[in-house]
Design a protein around this ligand. Structure first.
Ligand code: AMP
Ligand code: ZN
Length: 466
């Protein structure tokens, strides 16, 4: 446990690794983004101006994190008979549709890998000038032997890396842990996106995008970097090596936040293995996206969390009784700020202490329940405090103040519905079914919603605001 001390007073620079958009996010991925969301919300509530940056991986991510396997985007596009950019557009939109429905606030900066190739080339040039690279077999590699701190984050030892080397390894590598910065001799003849570079026409390795974009938007050193626990031994280890080799500054990142996995039947849920649940699968079974958010909040981000339909059902029931209690209090009182040293404020302090203690959402949730059951607290003060707590929990508890949880939700619900239409239209377009795509556009128009296709995707607005 460490105290958070930002580089610049009052500010928090935060980079969270974003999705690889070759398929829908699975509910395990969404655990990572809820963790990032809780972290940003806590920092904001503590008065920091949070500069939250998230990348969208639309190039270069192979199915094995260490330069092995197939290119995820290329494979998905080939399977669906579409271009890589069409696939990226479709699943990026689907991703934000999911995160919006889970009340995950959008990062201030969302950056696509394919729009930052120049930044990546620029950073690779610096790594090369500092002497950390070699060319072999047409690719440019990072030489981990030249970087003594390599593997410190994961406590990896070079000897173990060598001993653990697999036989199918890339023969061009001097060290099994070396990794590709730039591919020119494509491993994949069908690689669709290629760019010119000082090392030849090709495409970037996966890790360089996060180094290049975080340095661009947050500076050569910044406060917090987050991602799933699987990123510790390879992706984040390589990001550190690249960034510190390029800038000569250490530490590149001051604090790392890694969420544990959501597991199903004791196995990690995985997009590339093809067996996973999406948020849509949960809503198809009658669960609200916020039931799933509540379920995730019940676990500590650094502990594995077992998914089961029974526990999701439990979360749904708990969220319902939470809303019922709030609703019944609201029929008797209006939210009012508690008097100093009132029981409600004591609960709020305990709630905040729990979150300041390594984001303990389970304890925070227990404080929320304690508050709602606290007979010594005045209803008006309970309601006010609940709303304060929900600024971090993000369960949209304000909807329960009037008419129970399903009402007074027109805006978020409408937004989610329109986003759903846009995803289906993009799917129809990707499948070549333009008739259906146009039908969806017309249906929305009849309801007063105009769609506009732009470079970064489809936006919508109401006709009356024309
Ligand atoms: P990806 O889209 O595969 O690049 O992964 C997006 C994020 O989800 C990364 O931060 C991963 O570490 C994280 N992640 C992947 N699988 C899981 C899981 N089963 N539980 C929690 N987080 C995960
Ligand atoms: Zn990353």
């Amino acid at each position: 446990m460490e105290e958070f001390i930002p580089l610049k007073e009052g500010e928090a620079g935060f980079y969270g690794c974003g999705p690889t958009v070759y398929n829908y996010a699975h509910v395990g991925n969404l655990r990572a983004y809820v963790t990032h969301d809780i972290l940003t919300r806590v920092l904001r509530e503590r008065g920091y101006r949070v500069n939250h940056v998230m990348n969208i991986t639309d190039v270069g991510h192979l199915s094995g994190d260490g330069d092995s396997g197939e290119d995820k985007m290329v494979k998905s596009a080939a399977e669906r008979g579409k271009s890589v950019l069409e696939i990226a557009e479709l699943y990026t939109r689907a991703f934000f549709n999911d995160t919006d429905r889970m009340n995950i606030l959008r990062p201030g900066t969302v950056c696509r890998a394919t729009e930052h190739i120049d930044d990546m080339i620029g950073l690779i040039k610096r790594i090369e000038a500092a002497g950390f690279t070699y060319a072999a077999g047409g690719n440019l590699y990072f030489d981990i032997g030249r970087f003594p701190r390599y593997g410190d984050l994961a406590r990896l030892r070079l000897e173990d890396l060598k001993a653990g080397a697999r036989t199918d390894l890339d023969k061009n590598k001097r060290n099994p842990g070396d990794f590709v910065l730039w591919f020119t001799k494509s491993r994949f003849e069908n690689q669709a996106l290629l760019w010119d570079s000082p090392w030849g026409r090709g495409y970037p390795g996966w890790h360089i995008e996060c180094s290049a974009m975080s340095v661009k938007y947050l500076g050569e050193q910044f406060d917090i970097h987050a991602g799933g626990i699987d990123h510790v031994p390879v992706h984040h280890t390589n990001e550190i090596a690249q960034s510190e080799a390029a800038t000569g500054k250490h530490p590149w990142v001051r604090y790392w936040v890694h969420n544990e996995f959501l597991v199903m039947d004791r196995e990690k849920m995985s997009k590339s293995a093809g067996s996973f649940l999406t948020l849509q699968d949960l809503t198809d079974q009658g669960y609200d996206p916020l039931d799933y958010r509540y379920f995730l909040t019940g676990g500590h981000y650094r502990s594995q969390l077992q998914f089961s339909w029974e526990s999701l059902e439990g979360a749904k029931n708990s969220r319902k009784s939470l809303a019922d209690r709030i609703h019944s209090l609201a029929s008797r009182a209006k939210p009012a700020e508690p008097a100093p040293s009132s029981p409600a404020l004591r609960r709020l302090s305990a709630f905040n202490e729990a979150l300041d203690d390594d984001l303990s959402t389970p304890r925070a949730l227990a404080e929320l329940w304690g508050l709602l059951k606290d007979n010594a607290a005045a209803p008006a003060e309970i309601l006010w405090t609940v709303l304060q707590m929900d600024r971090i929990l993000g369960l949209r508890l304000e909807n329960a103040l009037e008419g129970g949880q399903e009402q007074n939700q027109e805006d978020p619900a409408l937004r989610a519905e329109i986003e759903g239409f846009i995803v289906r239209r993009a799917e129809a377009k990707a499948a070549g079914d333009y008739e259906r795509a146009d039908a969806i556009r017309s249906e929305l128009k009849e309801r007063g919603i105009i769609l506009e296709d732009g470079k970064t995707g489809t936006l919508w607005r109401r006709i009356e605001s024309l």
